[in-house]
Ligand binder design. Structure first.
Ligand code: PEP
Ligand code: MG
Length: 568
């Protein structure tokens, strides 16, 4: 038995055998002098196995996400059935007497190069599919797992990294925990794991420190992973797991009740949502409204841009489901760690400082207008608020509002209904927006503070860079003071202000948020019960006291000390 120190990401107890998921790069090694009949057979066996795996993924995607999204997997299957690809691999094996994985990786690269060289953007994108699919077969031949969809038994997933879309397709029935080598609490994969309630830790070099089949146990709140645990440790973790269940039961006792402090300050707890399939979780939760719908996920892992009608249906579905409240739809915030081949985003040295969010929308006006029209049309079916991300200047706000005005006119011209009083707000997530908050507040109906980005830009710390993760802190007084500036600017103009970054659910900071006058918090619905219970135990006067104390703090240590001293 030994322990590996990791970084806590998402709470819960994980226990099970490790399965290392290799990334999609091919690692085939040339072996010559092989028995060609055997290698051709190996190739076909792996090819058939891959087709079967993809069929399972296709069906799961169709069930959980949608028919449109499942189509990509049909395309993957047809690549594997392509007679040209098959005959070239067989010919290569016969000619060179090499192993199947080597022949396939070379032929796959050849096919990829042909597609990459094509003029048509759609065909160019097929190169990625070919890479994906040939890697799957190569990994199968080599006995590596490359795909989380291919394991049908409980396991702890270990990988270098997971994309948000990989995370969202995880089968919670099988994935008992996640360990990645990179990432942080605010990386989008972590946000999805939290919603799915999968315990998650980050371990630098996890894929080399652990090996397939190792039995591990960990608590996602603590970070340390025990490898080959002795029974006494396993027993201790079972106790912790039981305690967690008991805590959840305690929190659940407040379900359906208004969230308020002991001195009756009401706090609105609302939901963050990333994709339509999260809707089930939201509808079953205590949240009556959505404070952040990250619409970029509609644009990820797609073959083409979603049409206005397709988007309209999605927004309408969510709005109709949240009929007792409202839905805040954030316009496309692609870029940073949310990539999509549908956009021509050049390779950037600093993607988080690059072409993302509103910057891209103001350039790609047609894409932006399509989305805005879809949102406006959906606003005829319930209460919707529009929110622009990554705002850094007044010019951006005004340009975005002007485009929205044009969209309204276009709909009026063809007599299409929309809510003419639709509220328009912005995310405050850049230091520029903090400094300008007093003027921005005169331009919009609401602010929502994106602490995930605000922390990274205020502290100049990449939110997913492990090396400097200790510097990324919501407890830094620079961050807390910024929050106070924003809350005051909103109050002065009488507009609403909420927090929708992960810090909204930070239990320790709840008194501070209330103390500076923020009474609307948007978060993963998995976190709402504990936050609600904690708020029910505190008073708003205590919050004011905490805020006063923390506003005097000079560094993170003093903030944390202040929080200890003023603890509930
Ligand atoms: C944020 O930055 O806090 C936020 C909520 O947006 P995202 O995490 O999607 O960047
Ligand atoms: Mg953000």
């Amino acid at each position: 038995m030994h322990t590996i120190i990791g970084i806590p990401i998402a709470k819960g107890i994980a226990h099970g055998p490790v399965r290392i998921i290799h990334d999609t790069s091919m690692e085939a090694v040339e072996r010559l002098g092989c028995n060609t009949d055997e290698e051709i057979q190996i190739f076909h066996d792996a090819r058939n196995k891959a087709i079967g795996e993809i069929e399972t993924i296709r069906l799961n995607t169709m069930k959980n996400i949608g028919e449109q999204e499942s189509k990509i997997f049909e395309a993957h299957q047809s690549i594997l059935e392509d007679p040209e690809l098959i005959s070239q691999v067989e010919a290569y094996i016969l000619d060179k007497r090499c192993c199947a994985e080597w022949a396939l990786s070379l032929v796959g690269n050849r096919f990829r190069a042909i597609f990459e060289a094509m003029d048509n953007a759609y065909m160019k994108e097929r190169a990625i599919d070919i890479k994906d699919i040939t890697c799957r077969v190569v990994n199968l031949i080599m006995g590596h797992y490359s795909d989380v969809g291919s394991i049908n038994e409980p396991y702890v997933l270990v990988a270098h990294d997971l994309t948000p879309s990989q995370t969202s397709t995880l089968e919670t029935k099988y994935v008992k925990g996640i360990i990645t080598e990179v990432g942080g609490k605010t990386a989008h994969s972590a946000i999805i794991a939290t919603l799915l309630k999968i315990p998650y830790v980050v371990i630098e070099k996890g894929t080399t420190l652990l090996k397939d089949g190792d039995e591990v146990v960990f608590d996602g709140r603590e970070g340390s992973v025990i490898v080959d645990p002795d029974q006494i440790y396993l027993d201790a973790y079972y106790v912790k797991e039981k305690q967690l269940v008991q805590e959840e039961e305690k929190y659940a006792s407040l379900r359906g009740k208004v969230c308020k402090t002991q001195d009756n300050m009401e706090v609105e707890l609302i939901a963050n949502i990333s994709q339509i399939k999260d809707l089930d979780f939201i509808v079953k939760s205590d949240a009556k409204s959505v404070g952040l719908f990250r619409t970029e996920f509609i644009f990820m892992d797609q073959e083409r841009l979603p049409t206005e009608d397709e988007q309209y249906e999605i927004y309408k579905k969510i709005t109709t489901a949240m009929s007792e409240g409202y839905v805040t739809i954030r316009t496309l915030d692609i870029g940073g760690d949310k990539e999509s081949p549908l956009f021509d985003i050049p390779k950037e040295d600093n993607p988080f400082l690059g072409y993302r969010g509103i910057r891209l929308c103001l350039e790609e006006v047609e894409i932006f207008k399509t989305q805005l029209r879809a949102i406006l049309r959906a606003s005829a079916h319930g209460q919707i608020k529009i929110m622009f991300p990554m705002i850094a200047s007044l010019t951006e706000i005004r340009k975005a509002k002007d485009i929205l005005k044009i969209c309204k006119k276009e709909l009026e011209a063809v007599d299409v209904a929309y809510d003419s009083n639709i509220e328009v707000g912005i995310m405050i997530e850049t230091p520029a927006a903090v400094v300008m908050a007093d003027l921005f507040a005169k331009e919009v109906d609401f602010f929502s503070i994106g602490t995930n980005d605000l922390i990274q830009y205020t502290m100049a710390v990449d939110r997913s860079n492990l090396k400097i993760s200790a510097l990324y802190s919501q407890y830094d007084p620079a961050v807390l003071r910024s929050m106070k500036v924003i809350a005051e600017a909103a109050k002065k103009e009488n507009i609403s202000v909420s927090i929708c970054g992960e810090a909204a659910a930070d239990i320790k900071l709840l008194p501070y948020w209330l103390g500076i006058g923020i009474s609307k918090l948007s978060m993963s619905v998995a976190l709402i019960p504990e936050v609600k219970w904690t708020i029910s135990q505190m008073t708003s006067t205590k919050g004011i006291e905490v805020a006063k104390a923390l506003n005097k703090a000079g560094d993170v240590r003093e903030v944390l000390e202040g929080l200890e001293l003023t603890a509930l």
